[in-house]
Write a protein that binds this ligand. Structure first.
Ligand code: ATP
Ligand code: MN
Length: 533
């Protein structure tokens, strides 16, 4: 296992316009950890992990994420308030400003790559202002061997300058922070924000363009793991729905926790080399794998610690979006390399804050496509700026903020691959039961895990199913290790009438949201819509 990448190699940044910088190239985790402590930018946790504060931003800022509009992107990107266009000349000027800002400074450079499958490997050079941002890149991207490093040819460049502030009036940004992708120059330019998630999601967005356009590969915002029988499962879902939590299953080998590609050769591969888990309310008992991954090499973000360095995972005084990043080998049971076969089961995870959707249901191919395009969840507070309480949200492909192309492009690819693979598709509500947020409670993690295990073990094949009268989904009526009353959401509500009203309202908002996709959808997909509402 490559843990450190200390190297004899030296590099120059002159070609990037970064002059006379004190370059720290390819430091080890330990060195970056110590540098962070020396600069007073972090603290040592009792677990041995590094704890940092990311500053003003503790989540991504989707309104400040731009794509340079030029010949490469003009006709391909689905422009709008998700993929916001940025002019080429403004990009060039801002790039020059950021690189001259970094000149004369101490900077940290890391060469790494994305995509665990050799054939799809994307070499990345990351230049950061702060040591801990560099350590994040070290955790999240894949690590070249010393030999690969000697001949390393960086294809994409990430420039990360959290303390640089843009001047919107001059620079063309919305405010002082920005994350801009330039597909022609192959640069992700990030400034004004220290939130590390921008680094990984920048490359994810780039791959979500490159892979389908150039490599006939379906990029997915999902986690993945594989059972002893070699069967792969993938878990789609928006932030906070349980991708990381549910893929860390001691009985199965983890392939990856957030971003994967599904190739034309019917394999899936992880884009990343690490995990980025939420730690709000984390406990060793409920999530032992993640808890035990917090050790030297890991970076805790925005957590509160006592004077002994013990973290209070319940303390959300900085943000609800407290996180830890760690290299994937901090998890015990992993697949090496991070590649799996055609999935046998696909789970769509949703955290329904209205307590309406069944905790597990089986989808027809039409429903699978419909729900994939809809991408429903209720946003959980904190991962994005400005979301302070659960809000219903539809995000196409369970990841619209990272998808540069029109959602139907991804949906078509997925539908075809799902059919070819003959995969089972399940909708899992990891959200509320017994009533909406405020009245009911979050589905117990152990029940969700039991439902997923039953589906994976084929134990739901022969049980009785009932069709949900409003959503038309097939709901199993019994499931090992789950009380059967939990399986039917209506029965968990005190007020049955209130359930019907709420369920119809949610069904109606599905339909309202889907209206913009109707012209692209065939009869099969339309047959997946809710029955009522
Ligand atoms: P992101 O895309 O932001 O990384 P994610 O999909 O990986 O999000 P997780 O990090 O797994 O989401 O977050 C799920 C959170 O919900 C965790 O804090 C987990 O402890 C909590 N949780 C509570 N109940 C459940 C449940 N029944 N199933 C899954 N997660 C649950
Ligand atoms: Mn995650």
């Amino acid at each position: 296992m490559v843990t450190n990448n200390q190297t004899t190699k030296t590099i120059s940044l002159d070609a990037y316009g970064i002059k006379n910088a004190k370059i720290n190239y390819q430091l080890s985790s330990e060195e970056l950890h110590n540098k962070t402590l020396e600069k007073g930018q972090g603290k040592l946790a009792s677990s041995g992990a590094l704890a940092v504060n990311t500053g003003e931003f503790t989540g991504r800022s989707p309104k400040d994420r731009f794509i340079v509009k030029d010949d490469v992107t003009r006709d391909k990107v689905w422009w709008g308030n998700i993929n916001i266009p940025f002019p080429t000349d403004k990009f060039d000027k801002l790039y020059d400003k950021v690189t001259s800002y970094l000149s004369e400074k101490e900077v940290f450079v890391r060469d790494s790559y994305a995509c665990a499958d050799e054939k799809y490997k994307l070499n990345i050079r990351v230049i950061t202002e702060h040591p801990w941002s560099n350590m994040f890149a070290h955790n999240m991207f894949l690590r070249p061997t010393e030999e690969e490093l000697q001949g390393f040819d960086p294809e994409w460049l990430i420039v990360n300058a959290p303390d640089f502030k843009a001047d919107p009036a001059v620079d063309g940004t919305r405010q002082h922070n920005f994350a801009i992708l330039n597909f022609t120059k192959k640069i992700a330019l990030i400034g004004g924000t220290g939130y590390t998630g921008e680094i990984k999601k920048g490359i994810f967005s780039a791959l979500n363009f490159i892979l389908p356009v150039d490599k006939n590969t379906m990029p997915m915002h999902c986690s993945a793991n594989v059972g002893d029988n070699g069967e792969t499962a993938i878990f789609f879902g928006l932030s906070g729905t349980g991708k990381t939590t549910l893929s860390a299953d001691p009985e199965r080998k983890l392939i990856g926790d957030d971003e994967h590609g599904w190739t034309a050769e019917n394999t899936i591969f992880n884009f990343e080399g690490g995990c980025y888990a939420k730690v709000i309310n984390l406990s060793q008992e409920n999530e032992p794998d993640i808890y035990n991954a917090i050790k030297p090499g890991a970076i805790l973000e925005n957590v509160i610690m006592n004077e002994k360095g013990e973290v209070d995972f319940e303390d959300t005084s900085i943000t609800q979006n407290t996180r830890v990043s760690y290299p994937i080998y901090h998890i015990e049971n992993i697949q090496v390399p991070s590649i799996g076969e055609n999935p046998k089961n696909i789970f769509f995870l949703t955290a329904d804050a209205f307590g309406v959707l069944p905790p597990i249901s089986k989808l027809t191919p039409g429903q699978a496509a419909y729900h994939f395009i809809s991408g429903y969840t209720a946003k959980v507070a904190g991962t994005e700026e400005g979301i302070n309480e659960p809000t219903p949200s539809f995000s196409a492909c369970f990841g619209a903020p990272f998808m540069p192309l029109h959602p139907t492009k991804y949906a078509e690819m997925l539908s075809k691959k799902m059919k070819d693979a003959g995969v089972n598709v399940w909708l899992i509500n990891t959200g509320w039961t017994g009533g909406p947020y405020g009245v009911g409670s979050r589905m117990k993690l152990k029940y969700t895990r039991a439902m997923i295990t039953a589906a994976l073990d084929g134990k739901l094949k022969d049980v009785a199913f009932e069709k949900h009268p409003i959503f038309g989904l097939q709901v199993p009526q019994s499931c090992e290790n789950v009380p059967s009353e939990v399986l039917n959401p209506k029965g968990t509500w005190k007020n049955q009438k209130a359930y019907d009203i709420q369920a119809n309202e949610l069904a109606a908002s599905f339909k309202e949201n889907f209206a913009k996709f109707e012209e692209y959808a065939n009869d099969e997909i339309l047959s997946g819509a809710p029955i009522a509402g």
